[in-house]
Each structure stands twice: as C-alpha cells, then as structure tokens.
Design a protein around this ligand. Structure first.
Ligand SMILES: CC(C)(COP(=O)(O)OP(=O)(O)OC[C@H]1O[C@@H](n2cnc3c(N)ncnc32)[C@H](O)[C@@H]1OP(=O)(O)O)[C@@H](O)C(=O)NCCC(=O)NCCS
Length: 172
C-alpha cells in the first residue's frame, strides 16, 4: 500500500471544536494522561501554546479532512532544541497518518528552524506512539520510572530524542 499522505497547515480557531472532542476521547485521556477539558479550557490551551511561540499546525488527510494537530513546543533556539507532540482524531488513528505528519514536522524543525534536536516524552505503555516514534528514528534516551499518575496508577515515561545529524543522514 502507498504511504498515507497528509497536509500540514496553520491550526485555526475553527479547528478548536474538533480538538476539544479529540482531547476528551477516552484513549487520548488514558495515553496523554490529561484530565477531561471543557471547551473554554481547550481555547485557553490553544491560546497558551500560541503565546509561548509554539508552532501549532493542523493535520489534514488526502481529502482535506481535519484529522489531528501537531506542534513543536518548548522551542529554545539557544540550545537548538524543541519538543514535538501529536494528537490524531479517534477516526484518524491506526491508518498510517501519524508517520508522514511527524516526518513533515521533523523536517520543518531541522531544515527550516535549524534545530539540532527534537525530543518528546510518552508513556511507555503507549505502544502505538512509541512504535511510530521509533519508526521515524527517535531513540529512547531514558526511562523515567513511575513518572506519571492517573487512574490510581503510576506509569513509566520514555524520554525520546532525534538529532538533526541522524535525520539528515537518513534522508540523503
Ligand atoms: C499515537 C499516534 C500519533 C500514532 O499515529 P497513527 O497514525 O495512529 O499510527 P499508526 O497506527 O499508523 O502506527 C504507526 C507505526 O507505529 C507502529 N505501531 C503501531 N501500533 C503499534 C503497536 N501496538 N506496537 C508497536 N508498534 C506499533 C508501527 O510501526 C506503525 O507503522 P506500520 O503500521 O506501518 O508498521 C495516534 O494514534 C494518536 O494520536 N493516538 C492518541 C494520542 C496519543 O497517544 N498521542 C501521543 C502521545 S505521546
């Protein structure tokens, strides 16, 4: 099968209603470990990211349907690093859209923003996310033991990183 294709574009205020639905999906609550959010909290969440200077983009599939968002946050140019986050709609998951979306954002981070390192944290139990990140080339740099708490349990967190030199070598 051909690789799924996505389009990244600016995340608009009209997209917040959908984002609110995705954030409150039980799987994303369990995997991201965030409490359910009201629509107003979601609006504030987006405003905060914009005020922080995060690069926030919407993900559309081949039919221009909005299927997720992706962002570079904690952008620190003096260190040449930023962290990356992604959330797909419940309907958009498991179809190979995460891979091209992450690849495009990593490409922007390294070859347009000139970052040296992109990193992320994820729950170790999130096999789908860890599998995707490994496929892109992220390496587990550390396992933070019992680092997150939700639903009466502590969960391990992986710290994963990818260097520009690793990415650009891979793309030659
Ligand atoms: C995590 C997420 C971004 C993954 O994107 P996706 O497009 O749904 O990913 P896919 O299911 O297409 O899988 C991508 C790759 O990961 C790997 N993978 C998927 N499920 C896996 C599993 N259960 N175990 C190991 N690897 C797995 C595979 O290599 C797969 O590629 P392949 O099918 O071509 O071999 C998306 O499912 C999502 O938004 N989930 C909810 C929110 C979330 O968990 N966000 C991340 C928080 S850190």
């Amino acid at each position: 099968m051909d690789q799924s294709q996505v389009i990244l574009r600016a995340f608009e205020n009209e997209d917040i209603r959908e984002l609110h639905r995705w954030l409150n999906d039980p799987v994303s609550i369990a995997m991201v470990g965030r409490a359910p959010m009201t629509y107003e909290q979601t609006v504030k969440h987006v405003e905060k990211k914009r005020n922080n200077g995060d690069l926030v983009l919407a993900i559309e599939n081949e039919e221009h349907k909005l299927i997720g968002w992706i962002f570079l946050q904690n952008i620190e140019y003096e260190h040449g690093r930023a962290s990356i986050g992604i959330l797909l709609s419940p309907e958009g998951r498991g179809q190979g859209y995460g891979l091209p979306a992450m690849q495009q954002m990593v490409e922007i981070g390294f070859n347009q923003l000139r970052l040296n390192k992109i990193y992320l944290t994820t729950r170790a139990i999130n096999e789908q996310a860890v599998g995707l990140y490994k496929k892109i080339g992220f390496i587990i740099e550390g396992q933070l033991r019992k680092h997150a708490f939700s639903d009466g349990q502590y969960y391990d967190t992986y710290f994963m990183g990818l260097l520009a030199s690793e990415w650009n070598v891979k793309c030659l």
